[in-house]
Design a protein around this ligand. Structure first.
Ligand code: GDP
Ligand code: IMO
Ligand code: MG
Length: 428
């Protein structure tokens, strides 16, 4: 295997950061292909905890090449803040370890302002975005007015593109959203300097990735967000603005799909979601609160509490299909220890029929009633388990059902946030 994907199989926060850090041991190059610093990945190594947003989770290893691909949106201010934060924790981030695509789009101050103003204007129909400017930046990309990394590092081009953008964005900000206009001079000066700092990191990254694969190096594509936040296959419009599914890898890195051999879906042993939007198996009761507390389900990027619910196998089956998963990693199985009974959703009742896919229309989804199977819980904590055999019988039954329903084998079971709390069961 020369190139494989690690992606979120639910609504994000499944433990992609932990698993990328763990699997980076087996790779030489780690590549982000979509999203931006809306992502929040907590990785624990020894007694240290690292919170990553934009930089690939392979950065914690000294000898890996990390790449921010063309499909990512880059906030240069946030990038240098993250670099300083990591360096403060003793992690070096040099141009030898981190390369940024010259084609990636830049998140500008007006994107962040518009993200917040648009959310406010949506009122009770807000999406609950992270406010990092993600949607407005991708909007400019597809409107073909965006500023790319290669533009930012060329002062003349940047000046011209910024002038044009500020003119138009100030109209939106002041006339539609009643906000304060931005100063071209201030932004130009600040971002010109950021562009200079960025220069040593800027590369033609698709060549680096292609050459790595050609030379039999292992490349790991690290997803951000999750399947149901995908702009096409998620719970639109309560989604993010990029393709989080395996399809996003090729366009987001410039690597043809034929070169990608495996796709590993990271799935939490239950379901969580941050922000607004439908969530059929959500628990609005004390079991939901219990899971939130035991699993520390609070967002890394915004600090919001995560909505919690039962495991929804319809979601995992959909991810297995859409991203052609070769295996699943099940995380946080330790959180569930102590619950008497566990429910697992195995279909939706919709208009008198049973379906096992997510309908596109939110109105149809609202009519879907989850069909549950009930499983006996397990009392024993599993955080110390280091082999599949050590897991309680009821936990094994639960895992077996996941494999059976999704038609996808489980390659890894995670029993805690640390590297060694990881049980390898099968090939990726
Ligand atoms: P990501 O966005 O998919 O990388 O996930 P987050 O980092 O936002 O959220 C997952 C959280 O669960 C992090 O705090 C991890 O340290 C933690 N975590 C990952 N795997 C496990 C696990 O198997 N058990 C427990 N208890 N925590 C885990
Ligand atoms: P990781 O990589 C969970 C959610 C936001 C909001 C929606 C749109 O840590 O799994 P955006 O700012 O992207 O326009 O917000 O997407 N969201 C996430 N939820 N984990 C994430 O990333 C997320 N990134 C965005 O809460 O509902
Ligand atoms: Mg997260």
């Amino acid at each position: 295997m020369s190139a494989f994907i690690v992606l979120g199989a639910q609504w994000g926060d499944e433990g992609k950061g932990k698993m990328t850090d763990y699997l980076a041991e087996e790779a030489q190059v780690i590549v982000r292909y979509q999203g931006g610093n809306n992502a929040g990945h907590t990785v624990e190594v020894g007694d240290k905890q690292y919170k990553l947003h934009l930089i690939p989770s392979g950065i914690l290893h000294d000898d890996k090449i990390n790449i921010i691909g063309n499909g990512v949106v880059v906030d240069p201010k946030a990038l240098f803040e993250e670099i300083s934060y990591l360096e403060g924790l003793g992690i070096k981030v040099t141009p030898e370890k981190l390369a940024i695509s010259d084609r990636a789009h830049i998140i500008m101050p007006y994107h962040k302002i518009l993200d917040k103003l648009k959310e406010k204007a949506r009122g009770k129909n807000d999406i609950g975005t992270t406010g990092k400017g993600i949607g407005p930046c991708y909007t400019d990309k597809y409107e073909r007015t965006g500023i790319r990394v290669c533009d930012l590092i060329n002062e003349e081009v940047f000046k011209e593109k910024l002038q044009e953008n500020i003119k138009v964005k100030n109209q939106y900000i002041t006339k539609i959203y009643d906000g304060e206009p931005l100063s071209f001079e201030e932004i130009f000066e600040e971002y010109r300097v950021l562009g200079e700092k960025l220069k040593p990191f800027v590369k033609e990254t698709s060549v680096i990735i292609y050459d790595s694969i050609s030379n039999d190096k292992q490349v790991l594509f690290e997803g951000a967000q999750g399947m149901l936040l995908d702009i096409d296959y998620g719970t639109y419009p309560y989604v993010t603005s990029s393709n989080t599914t395996a399809g996003g890898v090729s366009s987001g890195t410039g690597i043809g799909p034929r070169l990608i051999t495996n796709a590993v879906g990271i799935a939490k042993a239950y379901t969580t979601r941050v922000g607004k939007g439908p969530f059929p198996t959500e628990l609005m009761d004390e079991t939901g609160d219990w899971i939130r507390e035991k699993g520390h389900e609070y967002g890394v990027t915004t600090g919001r509490s995560r909505r919690c619910g039962w495991l929804d196998l319809v979601i995992l089956k959909t991810t297995a299909r859409v991203s052609a998963l070769t295996s699943l990693v099940v995380t946080k199985i330790d959180t569930l220890a102590g619950l008497d009974k566990l429910k697992v959703c195995v279909g939706y009742e919709f208009n008198g029929q049973v379906i096992d896919y997510f309908p596109a229309s939110l109105e149809d989804l609202a009519k879907c009633k989850p069909i549950y199977e009930e499983y006996e819980g397990w009392g024993e904590e599993v955080a110390e388990a280091r082999s599949y055999e050590e897991l309680p019988e009821n936990a094994k039954k639960y895992l077996k059902r996941i494999e059976e329903f999704t038609g996808t084998r489980i390659s890894i079971v995670s029993v805690g946030p640390k590297r060694d709390q990881t049980i390898r069961v099968a090939d990726l």
